[in-house]
Design a protein around this ligand. Structure first.
Ligand SMILES: Nc1ncnc2c1ncn2[C@@H]1O[C@H](COP(=O)(O)OP(=O)(O)OP(=O)(O)O)[C@@H](O)[C@H]1O
Ligand SMILES: [Mg+2]
Length: 265
């Protein structure tokens, strides 16, 4: 299982005399194996939300639960992928992917088997013995995703994982992530600034307001994807051309622009 629940969550930073409300009244449930993307203006609290689920930070009020248990610390059942790949430069691709399994004290034969299979799945098999600096940015990001996936986590937390990639590589990664997510579904919380990416990948898109970050709107993309049969189109650019896609994208753009305008007003 991997059900994430934000139960009336608030997060306040800073001194009591000068508090900064980063998150306010966040109510959200991400269902088991559901893919939810969060978009919102810079500084609205997206990363903060993700850190709460990861167990790197804790709410000031309310609670964040996974499978009805309050989160007390990071755990292997919740894997995190950041914008900066943070691979160990002195370890090979295989060793980078293997590390988490090692920490979990998984037996060598099983580690090898799981690492091999994710290397195959992510088209990295021929690079297993390369070091990160010998790989392109897109490949490094694939390693970072493989490293998270190999742990077989219930929950995958991704904070702008494709933010550092060029546009073409990004599209390839988006298509690969969709392929991976269909074959091996996980509960995913995915943060992005790219509206198209959110609509293409997610079952639901959460739009946040400017600080203090609240949930402004939640869009059900999945029902539209299914009713409009997006999956019959293989290429991302064909999906992005569909009227139903454009409509959703424009709606989100407008909503974000409204927040931005209000923030600068
Ligand atoms: N540890 C901290 N101490 C004080 N303030 C913090 C801390 N962490 C985050 N904040 C503040 O909380 C707000 C939300 O930050 P957060 O990183 O969650 O935003 P974000 O939505 O991820 O932004 P971006 O899109 O730019 O990554 C920001 O104003 C930030 O300065
Ligand atoms: Mg952030």
């Amino acid at each position: 299982m991997g059900v994430i629940r934000f139960d009336n969550v608030g997060r306040i930073f800073g001194a009591k005399s000068n508090p900064f409300v980063a998150l306010k009244d966040i109510e959200l449930q991400v269902d088991d194996k559901e893919f939810v993307a969060i978009v919102g203006p810079s500084g609205c609290g997206k990363t903060t939300c993700l850190r709460l689920v990861a167990g790197f930070d804790f709410p000031s009020s309310g609670s964040v639960l996974v499978d009805d248990q309050p989160i007390r610390r990071p755990g292997p059942e919740r894997a995190v992928v950041f914008q900066q790949f943070a691979l160990f430069p002195w370890k090979t691709v295989r060793q980078n992917i293997d590390l988490g399994l090692r920490n979990q004290k998984v037996a060598k034969s099983e580690r090898d088997e799981r690492t091999d299979s994710i290397l195959q799945l992510m088209n990295l098999a021929t690079y297993a013995d390369h070091f990160p600096h010998q790989l392109s940015g897109g490949m490094q990001q694939r390693v970072a995703i493989a490293r998270a996936y190999v742990l077989d986590p219930d929950v995958l937390l991704m904070d702008e994982p494709f933010g550092a990639l060029d546009a073409q590589t990004r599209v390839v990664m988006q298509e690969e992530l969709v392929r991976l997510a269909r074959r091996n579904p996980r509960t995913v919380l995915f943060i992005t600034h790219a509206v198209e990416e959110a609509v293409y990948l997610a079952d639901r898109v959460v739009i946040m307001t400017r600080a203090p970050g609240c949930i402004k709107e939640i869009l059900d993309v999945r029902s539209i994807r299914e009713s409009e049969n997006w999956d019959s189109h293989e290429k991302i650019e064909d999906v992005m051309d569909l009227e139903s896609f454009v409509h959703l994208r424009t709606h989100i753009w407008r909503s974000l622009r409204e927040e931005k305008a209000a923030a600068t007003a």
